[in-house]
Structures are given as structure tokens and as C-alpha cells.
Design a protein around this ligand. Structure first.
Ligand SMILES: O=C(O)C(=O)C[C@]1(C(=O)O)C=C[C@@H](O)C=C1
Length: 315
């Protein structure tokens, strides 16, 4: 039976585009549109689907809170894949509308944050309304008795719901991109590819000067490059934070594995969120030349040397 995937729906979201990027040519009927990120997580956890795709971070607006909260606090799931896609926004309305008619605009909060400048320049009087996704906004605007005049959505969503684009490419940052992750129930990890990413959440043991530096040193000492560090409240009281970390490399790599063991020693708790192929393999920080003494071979050589000393076989 083909795998089934949940995603933040309805059809026409950027998340659906990410799902198709991860699984090109997936058979009809294998995707399940959910009305919220939390519903995607629930579908994965209760076994309705094999995996789910959700937005994790946007290059302009940052982390997607619901996704991060689910990964940090919900029943453990693993990230098994990622996709990064450019996000371009269209203002779309029912046939016959003009820009001057737009008084009420619906969209997803992350999308709104990325078009705020355009809206205040072109529609300063318009009211904005947050809905569960950009495609949900387009779907709502298409209703004859819609409470909104226009949606900020992907061009493909405008087309799917029969809306007319009033303005294209209205994002304030032309290079905006969103990173999506596929989450699965815990199981075997994807094999290392040589261009991987590892995600985890670190809970520091106690609040003291240098606690974050101690944590970061575990990576720095082993030459592991970090690609994301985000603090999130633990929910246990003001000033209590955990740290969401993405690092280059796979947990099967000696340097990453040793960094994780170091974290385990200095932190109260570590939630491992997965090792999976990087979406941008072949470019960017994955190309960083490993620091001297941090390759797999260097670690294994040092391990064998220590073993010889311990067993009295040192030369
Ligand atoms: O609403 C959508 O189309 C989504 O896929 C969600 C989402 C997000 O959560 O950031 C994805 C990409 C865009 O940045 C705007 C919205």
C-alpha cells in the first residue's frame, strides 16, 4: 500500500507544494489535507497517516510556533525529511472585483507578516484577518457570501478556487523561502547521505553563567556547524527556556554523535528530533571544510588509539 501523508491544507497551500517536492508523482488519494498544523501532528501520532508535512521556519518571519511547540512538547516524533521552497504571494479576489473594493483581507499570519509593507502601501485602510492557511483564505473568499474581499495566497490557490489575481508577487522580500519538515513516528533513521541535518531540543540543567556557551561548545569543539538556534519557553515559568538546534551532519557521523553525548552529559534533557537529508545539499554551509581533527576518520583513529592505551597495546 502506498504511504499516506497529511499536510496543512486545503489544497493549494505552500505546504502542499512542499509535499509534492518531497514526493514527486505521489499517487492520487495518498495525501490528507488537515485544517491546522496540530491536526497534521495528531494524524501522524494516531497512525491515520505514515507521515505529515508542516512548515517549520520562514526566512522573513522565523519559526512557526505551532510546529515548534508540537516538536518540543508533544508526544515524540522524528523529522524524516525537509524541503525549502520560495514563497511568492498573490492578492486574489472574486471575479469582477478591483483593488479599490478590497476592505477585508484574509490570510495565514506568517503570510501577512511577509506582505505587511505592500498592504500598508497599497491598501492602508484594509482590515486583515488570520485564517488557518493561505489556501483556506482563498477558499473562503471564493464563497458567494464570503466575509472577506480578498486573500493573500499562492497563485496556484487563486487559480484552484477560481479567484482573479489583483496583484502578483506582493511579498516585501523577493527572496522569501519557507522550510518545511516531514514528521514521522519514531523508527529507523534515514541513512546518512553526506549532506544531512540533525535537529534536537536541549534543556539546560540549571540556570548559571555560561550555560548556553557550554551547550554550544559541545558542537564547536567537534567542528559541527549549527544552522539554527531558537530559544523557546519551556512553559514552566518566566525565564525558563529550551533551545531548538539544527546542526550540519548526521547522528551517525562521529563528530555529531560525540557532540550529542557531550550534550547528554551537560544538559538536563535532550530531545533528539532526527537526522535527515538537507534540502540544500550541494550548497551553503554543508560545504564548510571540516575543522582539523573532526572527520569520521580522525574520531575513529583517536578512539582506536585510546583503546590501545587502555588495553596495554600502545605502541
Ligand atoms: O498557508 C500556507 O500556504 C502554508 O503552507 C503555511 C505557511 C506558514 O506557516 O508559514 C507557509 C508558507 C508561507 O510562509 C505562509 C504560510
Amino acid at each position: 500500500m502506498p504511504n499516506r501523508y497529511a499536510y496543512l491544507g486545503p489544497a493549494g497551500t505552500f505546504t502542499e507544494a512542499a509535499l509534492h517536492e518531497l514526493h514527486p508523482g505521489m499517487p492520487e488519494g495518498t495525501s490528507v489535507a488537515c485544517t491546522g498544523v496540530d491536526a497534521v501532528f495528531a494524524a501522524v501520532r494516531n497512525g491515520d497517516v505514515d507521515a505529515g508535512v508542516v512548515p517549520l521556519e520562514n526566512s522573513v518571519e522565523g519559526g512557526v510556533t505551532t510546529t515548534i511547540t508540537e516538536l518540543v512538547n508533544g508526544a515524540p516524533l522524528l523529522i524524516s525529511a525537509e524541503a525549502a521552497i520560495p514563497v511568492r504571494f498573490t492578492l486574489a479576489a472574486r471575479e469582477g472585483s478591483a483593488i479599490a473594493d478590497v476592505k477585508r483581507i484574509a490570510t495565514h499570519p506568517h503570510a501577512l507578516a511577509q506582505v505587511r509593507g505592500w498592504i500598508s502601501a497599497h491598501l492602508p485602510e484594509a482590515e486583515t484577518f488570520a485564517v488557518s492557511s493561505t489556501a483556506a483564505a482563498a477558499q473562503a473568499v471564493a464563497e458567494p457570501a464570503a466575509p472577506y474581499d480578498a486573500a493573500v495566497c499562492a497563485a496556484i490557490a487563486a487559480e484552484r478556487y477560481g479567484l482573479r489575481p489583483l496583484a502578483d508577487d506582493i511579498g516585501d522580500c523577493s527572496e522569501a523561502a519557507t522550510r518545511f519538515v516531514q514528521v514521522s513516528r519514531p523508527g529507523a533513521l534515514p541513512a546518512p547521505t553526506g549532506a544531512d541535518r540533525t535537529s534536537l531540543v536541549a534543556f539546560i540543567a540549571d540556570d548559571h553563567p555560561g550555560a548556553l556557551v557550554e551547550l554550544l561548545n559541545q558542537f564547536a569543539l567537534r567542528g559541527v556547524n549549527l544552522t539554527r538556534l531558537e530559544s523557546r519557553p519551556t512553559g514552566d515559568g518566566l525565564g525558563r527556556y529550551c533551545f531548538c538546534i539544527d546542526a550540519d551532519g548526521h547522528v551517525a557521523d562521529a563528530a555529531v554523535g560525540e557532540a550529542l553525548m557531550g550534550l547528554r552529559r551537560v544538559c538536563r534533557d535532550i530531545r533528539f528530533l532526527g537526522s535527515y537529508p538537507r534540502a540544500d545539499e550541494g550548497s551553503g554551509p554543508a560545504q564548510i571544510v571540516p575543522a582539523k581533527g573532526t572527520s569520521n576518520a580522525d574520531f575513529h583513529d583517536a578512539e582506536r588509539w585510546l583503546e590501545r592505551i587502555r588495553t596495554g597495546c600502545a605502541d
